[in-house]
Every structure is written in structure tokens, then in C-alpha cells.
Ligand binder design. Structure first.
Ligand code: HEM
Length: 466
């Protein structure tokens, strides 16, 4: 029998396979490896074979041509413990349950109508943020913290109907969750032995956290059932409870599914949406000429207005280019969410067996010189002004939200929020870096974990223009 052709693999160690090559920023290490071994590599994380995709062409093959074959997710004991055994959307295996839940997301939770209905939530939270910045005008502020709070507040109000403060603070739970998931992510598989020890230590934490999260979500859903303590606007829990009551989507959705979807919204939506804003401000502060150009656009279109509205945004071409360029260089989920194949398939000349895990390096694809030219590493929003390449799923050159069946269902939701926040920030204030930080920060350290934001907070100085 003819031997199957497998994609090129870097040499590996017994037991750990290629884990030692990942380092703390796997998207970067995998990108370098792909320069040597090609856009389709077969690595081994421990004993698990993982296919790594690092070019727009190969992403086209995997996520477009063979979309259906690669539309499942690897099962992970850890993630399943937290995410209600894959009853959420993001980690559900490909199949009927996932299809129904995804369509609830696309048609009901993140529809254009729904996104529009939260306009005043966004505006109110932006006004609160602007006031907070204004009282610290000319002082050094922790902009990262301000942006993280804003994102968290908006998503809390949209999903749960109100902000949750207090001792069993949801924010605190989310912090614990992100930290734990980050530690479990490939970035921390430092060495096999250390890894085993450390899994043991984390196990207890995991069970405790998963119980705390469930208790919190249970309370939120029960509050909604009882009609307690949230505002009159229809939030995500309301929508899901209505579907449950009316059995309106042709399948049973129970309380577990509701809690699982809400958890997805927080885990998938908060850090990502925040990271995009933080990177956009970081790049603008390092490229004053871009900041100036953006300010000129925003201030011309909103001349005489006290704030930027969501209609104004539609005309702001440079603003959209800034967001796009930030997503290209800093995709908040640089390795997206892992996929898994459900059938044997041939990719180019390679045989890929069913059950293969796949990582798509959106970060590497955004920096490919073949697509983006010799200045691919540079922040240049102008490059998008006369280009039709977009991130909404049609072009595999830019895949910060993925593409194909598993594409992020909340693109508009996230982008509208980030655009209107960014426009208001530069409309109301002039911005600069504190003197002591301008020199070192040309290559800003990235955090470790699934969603990549800055390792250290962005401090900056705002001066009010009004
Ligand atoms: C800038 C912000 C965001 C980015 C960059 C982002 C990126 C992504 C990516 C890369 C995927 C995986 C695609 C794939 O596997 O092929 C994804 C999936 C998903 N995202 Fe987002 N996302 C963002 C915001 C949000 C928000 C705000 C929400 C919810 C409120 C959300 C909910 C989801 C869900 C539920 C999935 C799973 C879809 C599925 O498995 O079928 N995302 N997102």
C-alpha cells in the first residue's frame, strides 16, 4: 500500500512533541516555524497531532473549500467542565445542536436589529467613560483599565440587563476564568513534567471556579424568570428565555443551554473587544501622524457636535481603516479557536485523517508579505483605503474573526462598539504618551493567553479639547 503523504513537521521530542517550540507567544513561534516548514505544518502537542495553517491560500483550502470537514472543535476535558459539556456555541462539536444554537446567535442575539437596539447602552457607557477621563485631564491615566471596564459594562448590560457589582462580582469571576484558561492554553505548556504538576494544582481551582460561575449564571437567569432587578430593555437572557418558553426554534433549549451561551458571550466577547480598542490606541499613540489624520476626519464630520453618533461613523473611512489595520496586526485571538476535522481529506498532496486538530494562525496571515507587501509589519491604515479586502468572512487574507461555518457571529456587535468608542476618544481629547514611556514601547509586550492584549497597561495623557 502506498504510504500517505503528511505535511512537513519540525523535529520533535518524545512525549512533549513540539510543545517546547511554542514559547509564551505561540502565534509568533508558529509563524517563524512556518517560514521554514511551510504554510501547512503538522506539529505534535504532546502526542496530539495538530495541523497548523499559516497562509491565506491554505486558509482558503481549509475554511472555504473544505469548510464542512473542518467545522468541528476538539474536545477538551477542561473546557467542557466550564462550558457545560460543549452545550455552548463556540465549543460545541459540529452537528445539529451546534447548528441550532448558532442560528439563534446569528438570527436573534446578534442580528442588526438587536445590535441597533443597544445603541443607547453604548452611548451611556461612553458618556460615563468620557467624564471619567475628563476629570483626569492632563494626568497620567490607565487607559487599559478604563477600556476594559467600558467593554465589560456594555456586555454585562446587553447580556444580563444590568451591571453586576458586589462581592461575587462577575468581573472577578471572569478574571479568574481568563487567567485559568490562559494557563491551560498552549502558551503555558512549558515542559511536560512541570505541566503535569501544574495541572494537578489547577484541577481544584477549576472545579471551584466552574461552580462559582454556574451559581452566578443560575442566579442571573432566575432573576430574569422572576422579573427582578433589570431594566426594561430586552437583553440576551430575555431572548433565550422567550425561545425556551415558546419553543420557537424547533428544538428544546433548556436552562443549561442558556447559561452556556451567556458564558460564551462573556468569554468570547469581553477580552477580544477590549483588546482591539487597546491595540488601536496603542498604535495611534505610536503613530501620531495617523492619530492626527483620524482626528481630522472625526472632527470634520462632527463639527460643532458634542459627541460622535453611530450615524456619523458611517462616513468615517479612515476610522474604519484604522480598525481594520489594527485587526490585521493584532488579531485579538491570534490562533482563533481550534478546529477539528470529521472526515479524511486531501489538502494539496497531503492526507489529513479525520479527527485532526487544526490551528489557523490569523496573526501570521495578517503579516504575510506575499499579500501585504514588504511593509506588512508596519501600521499603515492607508493601505485599506483603496482595497476591498475585508474581515467579514469573504477574504482569507484577513481572518481576525475566522471565516466559514465557524465564523464569529458577533462581528457587527464588536465593531460598532469599538468604532464609536474610538471615534469619541479622539473627538473629545488630544492624546499623548507620558514622556517616560515614549522610548521603550516601540515593540509592546503581549499578554499570555488565548486573547492577546497588552502585557502591561497603556498609560496615556488626555487633554480635553472643549
Ligand atoms: C473584536 C472582537 C472579536 C474577535 C476578534 C472575535 C474573534 C472570533 C474568532 C476568531 C472566532 C473563531 C472563528 C473560527 O473558529 O473559525 C470567534 C467565534 C465566536 N465568537 Fe467572536 N470575536 C469577537 C467578539 C465577539 C463577541 C463580542 C461575541 C459575543 C458577544 C463573540 C462570540 C463568539 C462566538 C459565540 C463564537 C463561536 C462561533 C462558533 O463556534 O460557531 N465574539 N470569534
Amino acid at each position: 500500500e502506498k504510504k500517505h503523504n503528511t505535511p512537513p513537521s519540525p523535529p520533535r521530542f518524545p512525549l512533549i512533541g513540539n510543545l517546547h517550540q511554542l514559547g509564551s507567544h505561540p502565534h509568533r513561534s508558529l509563524c517563524s516555524l512556518s517560514h521554514r516548514y511551510g504554510p501547512l505544518m503538522l506539529l505534535h502537542f504532546g502526542h496530539v497531532p495538530v495541523l497548523v495553517v499559516s497562509s491565506a491560500d491554505m486558509a482558503q483550502e481549509v475554511l472555504k473549500t473544505h469548510d464542512r470537514v473542518f467545522a468541528s472543535r476538539p474536545r477538551s476535558k477542561i473546557f467542557n467542565k466550564i462550558f457545560y459539556d460543549g452545550r455552548d456555541v463556540a465549543l460545541a462539536p459540529y452537528g445539529e445542536y451546534w447548528r441550532q444554537m448558532k442560528s439563534v446567535c446569528v438570527l436573534q442575539l446578534f442580528s442588526n436589529k438587536m445590535v441597533r437596539s443597544f445603541r443607547d447602552v453604548r452611548q451611556e457607557e461612553i458618556s460615563l467613560m468620557i467624564e471619567k477621563i475628563r476629570i483626569s485631564s492632563s494626568l497620567r491615566i490607565n487607559l487599559s483599565e478604563i477600556l476594559a471596564n467600558l467593554t465589560n459594562n456594555v456586555i454585562c448590560r446587553v447580556a444580563l440587563g444590568r451591571k453586576y457589582h458586589g462581592k461575587t462580582d462577575f468581573k472577578e469571576l471572569m478574571k479568574r476564568l481568563t487567567r485559568l484558561l490562559g494557563e491551560f492554553s498552549v502558551g503555558s505548556y512549558v515542559s511536560w513534567l512541570a505541566w503535569i504538576d501544574w495541572i494537578r494544582g489547577l484541577d481544584g481551582q477549576l472545579i471551584k471556579l466552574s461552580n462559582d460561575l454556574d451559581e452566578f449564571l443560575e442566579r442571573v437567569v432566575q432573576d430574569h424568570v422572576d422579573g427582578d432587578g433589570h431594566d426594561h430593555r430586552t437583553d440576551f437572557v430575555d431572548v433565550l428565555l422567550t425561545i425556551q418558553r415558546e419553543k420557537s426554534v424547533g428544538f428544546e433549549i433548556d436552562r443549561l443551554s442558556i447559561k452556556a451561551i451567556i458564558l460564551d458571550v462573556f468569554v468570547g466577547g469581553t477580552d477580544t473587544t477590549y483588546a482591539l480598542l487597546e491595540w488601536a490606541m496603542t498604535e495611534l499613540l505610536h503613530h501620531p501622524e495617523c492619530l492626527e489624520r483620524l482626528q481630522e476626519e472625526v472632527r470634520t464630520i462632527c463639527k460643532g457636535k458634542s459627541r460622535v453618533s453611530e450615524e456619523d461613523i458611517q462616513e468615517m473611512k479612515y476610522l474604519k481603516a484604522v480598525i481594520k489595520e489594527t485587526l490585521r496586526l493584532h488579531p485579538p485571538l491570534p490562533l482563533m479557536v481550534p478546529h477539528e476535522s470529521t472526515q479524511d481529506v486531501k489538502l494539496r498532496d497531503y492526507h489529513i485523517p479525520a479527527g485532526t486538530q487544526v490551528m489557523i494562525n490569523a496573526w501570521a496571515i495578517g503579516r504575510e508579505a506575499a499579500t501585504w507587501g514588504p511593509d506588512a509589519e508596519e501600521f499603515k491604515p492607508e493601505r485599506h483605503l483603496n482595497s476591498s479586502v475585508d474581515f467579514r468572512g469573504q477574504d482569507t487574507e484577513l481572518v481576525p474573526f475566522g471565516t466559514g461555518r465557524r465564523i464569529c457571529p458577533a462581528i457587527s456587535f464588536a465593531v460598532v462598539l469599538d468604532e464609536v468608542v474610538l471615534a469619541n476618544l479622539v473627538h473629545q481629547f488630544d492624546w499623548r504618551l507620558p514622556v517616560e514611556s515614549t522610548e521603550y514601547h516601540t515593540d509592546v509586550a503581549e499578554s499570555i493567553g488565548l486573547a492577546v492584549h497588552r502585557m502591561f497597561p497603556l498609560y496615556s495623557i488626555a487633554s480635553s479639547t472643549t
